[in-house]
Ligand binder design. Sequence first.
Ligand code: C2E
Ligand code: MG
Ligand code: MG
Ligand code: MG
Length: 281
Amino acid sequence: AAKEAGRNTFRFFTGQQGGQAAEQLLIRNGLHNALLRNEFILHYQPQLDLTTGRIVGAEALVRWLHPEQGMVPPGKFIPVAEESGLIVPIGEWVLHEACRQLAQWREEGLGDLVVAVNLSGVEFKRGYLVESVTHTLARTGLPATCLELELTESMLMHDVENVISTLQRLKALGVRLSIDDFGTGYSCLSYLTRFDVDTLKIDQSFVRQLHLGDQHAAIIRAVIQMAHSLDLATIAEGVEDAEVVAFLRAHACDQAQGYFFSKPLPAEDFARFVRQYRAVL
Ligand code: C2E
Ligand code: MG
Ligand code: MG
Ligand code: MG
């Protein structure tokens, strides 16, 4: 009956907007079962130290392998999951799977890597994030220093006292904190002195369009300088070519990730990539 209703609903929509609404509905209905059916997987994108050229970590990025639609990118289902609250169990799965995988890789001798996990604002606000992280580290045996949590500026803007306390408790565990998509959040920079974060991830909108003119270059240089004077590290996202790598190295950006080095890879491919990797810098 549910299937029947789904089909009728699908037919109900027409045109471009209807198509999108129908797709959203398919996504919302499917998400409920996706966790039970193990339809999520993580891809891992290498992060490189720009001084040594070594791989120092990976960002874990979730994908949904939908039985009929194929691979659904996070941009399509994370917003829906946030709206419905399903982002909480999905986020817990992501955290656990990323920690479990890295602990296994460490046991296999893949190296001393850090895994970065994206958090959504919903997970951050809900109250037991610190307990969840503590529990996951204990269960997987991953050292806290091998886990980095990616936050966004918008998460830090409201309820500042609570945010400060949450970040302090996370730091006390030993996990690292970074600000994702830095430079796109319109937030007041003074928050950087109030929150104990480790790394700014320079948003790919600046990095990818570097060749479009020197304004992006100016922003990137300024972010790196500011970060360093606040004792923060920087990582550039969306690095797609050698010129950008050269620019980032010339301006002492600490790390980089992007298609120039590798796309996000399934776990096995990532492990193979790390084993076969020879520093390119
Ligand atoms: P993000 O955290 O800023 O991740 C970077 C995105 O840029 C990823 O897209 C990655 O595949 C893509 N990317 C990396 N290097 C390059 C490059 O050189 N060129 C281009 N064109 N793109 C590059 P993806 O995997 O589709 O993820 C999109 C967004 O979805 C992420 O942005 C993040 O905000 C969110 N997301 C992904 N996984 C999770 C998750 O497990 N939990 C939560 N809450 N959000 C997630
Ligand atoms: Mg991220
Ligand atoms: Mg980002
Ligand atoms: Mg993001």
